[in-house]
Design a protein around this ligand. Sequence first.
Ligand code: FES
Length: 348
Amino acid sequence: MITVSVSDRAGASAAYHVRPGERLLHAGLAAGIGLPYECATGTCGSCKATVLEGSVRTLWDEAPGRRVCRRPGEFLMCQATGANQALALAIPTAFREARAPAVQARRGVASAFHPLTGEIGCFSVVCDEPVDHLPGQFMLLSAPGVEGGRAYSMTGHAPGTRRLDFLVRLKPGGALSPALFADRLAEHEVELFGPLGRAVLREEDDRPFLAIAGGSGLAGVLSIVEAALARGLFARSPSRLVFGLRRMAGSYMLDRLSDAVRRSGAGLRLTVAFSDEEADAGFRANYPDLGFAHGLAHEVARQELMPPGGEVPICFIAGPPAMVDAAMRMLVVEARVSPTEIRYDRFG
Ligand code: FES
């Protein structure tokens, strides 16, 4: 075991142990320490730290998130492990509040894969033991023969369930999603680490939300909608969801979304935004509970923001990085929504 002590920019400190080869971020989160992170997969750079004493071993030299590591001693905690008996680190932000449920490694067995379109599909993992997670969280999934974990959001929210359902987007040239689409993981044991992510519907949230989703980002938003339905939140807090798709032919999950709108008793208004075409009359007739618009999801969402003087919604953004960036710009720069009202996890 290697002892790690971490200090934050406010002078607070915490200590934990990491096993040889274990990722410094994973060990810290599993110890209940509020280390900063977003993607946990080496792309965002949020988990940057500086080595003060000892040394670390980098696990992925080409991690895109390393672009933020410009000074000597800076590295990504999600892509490094300890190399000495004792390690002292500094993080450039304050520790975050560590929230339940507990973060830990688990094992499970993957189901068969079900493609929904040529690019999107779903599968499940039945875990060894029940898993609690907050609506909107994700897991890192690792499979034999694939280096590192991939972040996939859960589509449902059933506290204490052993079965987790995931939505996956095919990444051509990737390692794990092509294996899933080829159904090579069915009945195989996989490892999960989590739950992770802060773009969640919290227990105390009791006001309207506006969610903007695209691609496999719909998964976390579905989980939030599921939890809101279970709490009866839509009866008190009418909310909006804008789901971005390119064309009618690539649609998925619209039956499930229609069902959610019906169950919300008109408390959830859901608009499907097609970026490349207008929905035709026949297509609209198949989904009478959904609204349709022509445009990018963030542009359509601009019209769904509450009017001036209305209650400020919680804003959730989940989707490809370009969509997340455009939605952030729209909300913060154009609509002047406070960043504290926006919840997103940048991964994918
Ligand atoms: Fe480590 Fe994103 S790069 S959390």
